[in-house]
Design a protein around this ligand. Structure first.
Ligand code: SF4
Ligand code: SF4
Ligand code: SF4
Length: 489
């Protein structure tokens, strides 16, 4: 070393890092799924997850394109509600003990039942990786519903999904079984193909009147060609019109991918506001699990990109402050907004009252002095929850409680529900963004025939989906062989 003591050579002058170390959490290796430490860092007002697998090296992916929004959302974190019972023990640590295990911090606001793995489409973007596999029996679904009622007591929402649930021959009995158990809201998650083409099916569905969670990625034919592998625009339009004619309502659900339909988010909201069957939209950045098109983890679409898209494309109808994090899950998972719609007039709920005053659980604990403040807080907690379903009387009455005085509402509850529009933006995690801190407070679970309820992002990213699909497929094959053996003997 030939430098004079105290004079560091130029190359050894201390440098500031080009990022802020925000926190340490746990995640998984995108290659081998091993649970590893992960750093959340902030750089250029964006938030990234950075982690190292001892075998596969370093990984980095963006988790929010707006650091201020990300950090600020933490104040919306509310205490979880513990379920009545857990289905697994704490053994290997999160996320390997799902679930729910006693370490989980929230009950299930919304449960999904994937009734089959097959589909009548073959989309290039499909987190469920739909294809041949299993089809649940009525007995399995009844057991799952019973267990859900046992663990929740008073369950809010069940959504039948797949694969494509409308091609399951017993979907109607399954919906009926959920309704018979007093589950308040039943939804069917569908691509709409059967609704567009099958009159008898539509008539049967309309009798049960579930809310249709309707895959709708945009208004351009090219969008469907990229995301769904074919031009489905006409089928989507026809299905929506038929849903309306049949007296049902729908929530549009769009998968948003960089370079494909980020520029359409405003148009999807505008279309939803204008269509008589549509009571809300859910905009979901594509989750890069299962089947997906090539992506760069540093260029993922995140929640602020979708909000900016809506604001920029809505010609002044929306502003950034109209979108508020959801407190029941971890608040970086989802933002919601509600809009009162009357013809061309739209009034976002956050313009009618200071939502922060009610849903900020960290920095502002004192509720406003208004006599009904506790009721307003409860109503807002209902609206800003994964269990809030657009187009229902419950959502309308919560809206009315929260801002009836701010709006002159000349409607009965039955009519008001048709004037409340929900916008939800959900950023499901993939192996690049998987954060144990978020999944431990997840309130969306996939029910499994063995009685487990597995948080959605753990199910899709950690390996549960593959394991359970293999097990259900094998069981089904064995029981078919056994049936054939018996009928031959
Ligand atoms: S996600 Fe929840 S249920 Fe699963 S292991 Fe973690 S704490 Fe337990
Ligand atoms: S994304 Fe939905 S419609 Fe497309 S293949 Fe998968 S399950 Fe079927
Ligand atoms: S499903 Fe994923 S994004 Fe949604 S609440 Fe659960 S952990 Fe968060």
């Amino acid at each position: 070393m030939d430098t004079v003591r105290g004079e560091a050579p130029k190359s050894r002058v201390k440098q500031d890092a080009d990022y802020i170390f925000h926190e340490l959490t746990r995640s998984i290796c995108p290659d081998c799924k091993t649970v590893i430490d992960a750093q959340i860092i902030i750089r250029d007002n964006k938030v990234f997850m950075r982690k190292r697998c001892p075998t596969h090296g370093w990984f980095e992916g963006i988790i929010s394109s707006d650091a201020e929004m990300y950090v600020d959302s933490v104040k919306f974190n509310k205490p979880g509600t513990i379920p009545l019972d857990f289905s697994t023990e704490v053994k290997d640590g999160c996320p390997l003990d799902c679930g729910l295990c006693p370490e989980h911090k929230q009950h299930m606001c919304l449960a999904l039942i994937e009734v089959n793995s097959a589909c009548n489409l073959n989309c290039p973007v499909c987190f469920a990786n739909a294809g041949l596999g299993f089809s649940l029996t009525m007995e399995q679904v009844e057991k799952m519903l019973d267990r859900f009622v046992e663990t929740e007591g008073d369950p809010e929402v069940v959504q039948f999904s797949g694969g494509e649930p409308t091609i399951h021959p017993q979907l109607f009995e399954m919906i009926q079984a959920a309704q018979d158990r007093g589950i308040r809201q039943v939804m069917v998650n569908t691509n709409g193909v059967r609704i567009a083409k099958d009159d008898r099916f539509l008539a049967g569905l309309a009798k049960l009147n579930p809310v249709i969670y309707f895959q709708f990625d945009g208004l351009r034919r090219e969008t469907y060609e990229v995301i769904r592998g074919e031009d489905l625009l006409d089928i989507k339009m026809l299905a929506l019109d038929r849903i309306h004619e049949a007296g049902m309502s729908a929530v549009l659900v769009a998968a948003i991918e960089r370079g494909v339909n980020v520029g359409e988010v405003g148009a999807i909201v505008e279309f939803g506001l204008a269509h008589p069957a549509v009571r809300g939209v859910v905009l979901q950045p594509v989750t890069h699990v299962g089947r997906h098109i090539d992506f760069d983890p540093m260029q993922r679409v995140t929640i602020p990109d979708v909000i900016h898209g809506i604001v920029d494309q809505s010609k002044g109808r929306f502003v950034m402050e109209d979108f508020v994090p959801v407190p029941c899950c971890f608040p970086t998972c989802q933002v919601n907004s509600y809009v009162f719609v009357d013809g061309d007039k739209t009034v976002p709920l956050p313009r009618l009252l200071e939502i922060d005053q009610y849903l900020d659980y960290i920095t502002n604990r004192a509720l406003p002095k208004a006599p009904n403040a506790a009721d307003v807080q409860k109503a807002l907690e209902g609206l800003w929850s994964a269990s809030a379903v657009a187009g229902t009387e419950k959502t309308a009455s919560q809206f009315e409680c929260a801002c009836g005085p701010g709006l002159d509402l000349p409607y009965s509850m039955n009519h008001l529900k048709d004037h409340i529009f929900q916008i939800a933006i959900k950023d499901f995690m993939d192996a690049y963004t998987f954060n144990v801190k978020q999944v431990m407070k997840c309130c969306v679970g996939i029910l499994v025939p063995d009685g487990r309820a597995i948080p959605f992002c753990a199910y899709n990213s950690v390996g549960y989906r593959e394991e359970i699909r293999e097990q259900l497929t094998l069981e089904q094959a064995r029981s078919k062989i056994e049936l054939a053996r018996r009928s031959n003997s």
